[in-house]
Design a protein around this ligand. Structure first.
Ligand code: APR
Ligand code: PHB
Length: 405
């Protein structure tokens, strides 16, 4: 006999989307159970993105889980775009009326949210096996899973599919009920973490003849760097010395600026993809975050989109459980999709203008340079970049999701 459990919102996945949603529901007095496939350390140690939009930082603060980002996050008022050996600064704060981005690793966000979840005493099952969802068209959908050798049946009011791109929730929706939009790119990113003080206080996005490169950081002693490689590149092909040689070749500017070199403590290759599945709802299953959409990392939008989805979803569940309204449930996908597509467009544009493409022509190359030249010399163009990079205004108010404004 499976152990029988019950909850208002069953959440599959303890990434940023699932954990943020769970805490927003908790703040509204709505109960939830989180079911996560991996163990706690794996979830926390996974190295991912690190740029938080202004609105994401504001959300963490309003939720009372912003202490880590406030004390250890690195606020950046600008960024650099580098091409033809020269860095050009884009003053994000000046162009957006004082908004900024904050560099704070996704794993730190996840650690803070797991701590907050454990403090609430509400359930979070790590290392759940054979997770499956069923009864999506009924008013009592279930999540089945094994935990500690015991099978469980969790009966839910709703299910939130927050289980990332490779999760089981999206594939549980009949294919005919989903529209899928996808683009893959003919390159990936080789990324490293290095024990080296950041050589610049802000991010540097570089287009070099040998391809894209990105300078970022995690802390005053850790630098995060990336460069473009073929999509199926094996990390084993790259010795640490070869990685540094390529980083320095692509990033060093004519005035002699270059990242500081240090011991490489983590390295890997990530593929690049744009993907949207819509609608983000089927019956009583709601998809949020990477389960519904993926952006290439160039615009640093992945984690931020997950945060904005769950704000809209928390409003919908609050409306239902506190006021009996269903209109916010019905609007969920359409409200999210508008932001998702703008972020898709922005991420595609950042990617297209800063990477070398195998089939590009000499014309394409000159156009790309002109694109960056225009971008860095026109206040109008820089304003457009800045308002999207720091994050477009939230789709719904914090208040509507039960948070103080
Ligand atoms: N059952 C339970 N949990 C699962 C399952 C499953 N079958 N499949 C995946 N998961 C878990 C993963 O182990 C992971 O912890 O779901 C979680 C999904 O988390 P993320 O992939 O981080 O996705 P999301 O929470 O939507 O975060 C948004 O923004 O920066 C980007 O891609 C980056 O992960 C980031 C994303
Ligand atoms: C990162 O620091 O990991 C990072 C920064 C900016 C991006 C992507 C990743 O666009």
């Amino acid at each position: 006999m499976p152990a029988a459990l019950e909850t208002q919102v069953g959440i599959v996945g303890a990434g940023p989307a699932g954990l943020l949603l769970a805490h927003l529901l908790h703040l509204n007095g709505i109960d939830s159970v989180i079911v996560e496939r991996r163990d706690r350390d794996y979830v926390i140690d996974r190295v991912r993105a690190g740029v938080l939009e202004q609105g994401t930082v504001d959300l963490l603060m309003a939720m009372g889980v912003g202490e880590g980002v406030r004390s250890r996050g690195l606020r950046h008022d600008g960024l650099y775009v580098s091409f033809k050996g020269q860095r050009h600064r884009v003053d994000l704060a000046d162009l957006t009326g004082g908004k900024a981005i904050t560099v704070y690793g996704q794993n730190e966000v996840v650690r803070d949210l797991i701590d907050a979840r454990l403090e609430t005493g509400r359930p979070l099952y790590f290392e759940a096996d054979r997770v499956a969802v069923d009864g999506l068209d009924s008013d009592r959908p279930v999540i089945r899973f094994d935990h500690d050798g015991q099978d469980h049946e969790l009966r839910c009011g709703f299910i939130a599919g927050c289980d990332g791109f490779r999760g089981i929730c999206r594939p549980s929706i009949p294919a005919a009920a989903l529209n899928v939009y996808e683009r893959t790119y003919p390159f990936g990113w080789l990324g490293i973490l290095a024990e080296a003080a950041p050589a610049c206080e802000e991010l540097v996005y570089t287009l070099h003849d040998r391809g894209f490169a990105l300078f970022s950081m995690r802390s005053p002693t850790v630098t995060r760097l990336y460069f473009q490689v073929p999509p199926d590149e094996s990390i084993d092909k790259w010795s640490d010395d070869a990685i540094w040689a390529e980083m320095l070749t692509r990033m060093t500017t004519r005035d002699g600026w270059a990242p500081n070199v240090g011991r490489i403590i983590q390295k890997g290759v990530t593929p690049m993809r744009s993907f949207v599945a819509a609608p983000m709802r089927h019956g009583r299953l709601f998809l949020a975050g990477d389960a519904a959409h993926i952006v290439p990392p160039t615009g640093a939008k992945g984690l931020n989109l997950a945060a904005s989805d769950v704000l809209v979803l928390a409003r919908a569940f609050k409306g239902f459980y506190k006021c009996g309204r269903t209109d916010w449930l019905d609007e969920y996908s359409a409200v999210c999709e508008r932001r998702v597509w703008k972020a898709q467009r922005f991420s595609w544009w950042m990617t297209s203008s800063m990477h070398r493409f195998p089939d590009e022509t000499a014309f394409d190359r000159q156009r790309q340079i002109a694109d960056l030249d225009y971008l860095t010399s026109s206040r109008a163009a820089m304003t457009s970049l800045a308002e999207q990079y720091v994050g477009l205004p939230a789709e719904v108010s914090f208040e509507s999701a039960g948070l103080p404004q």
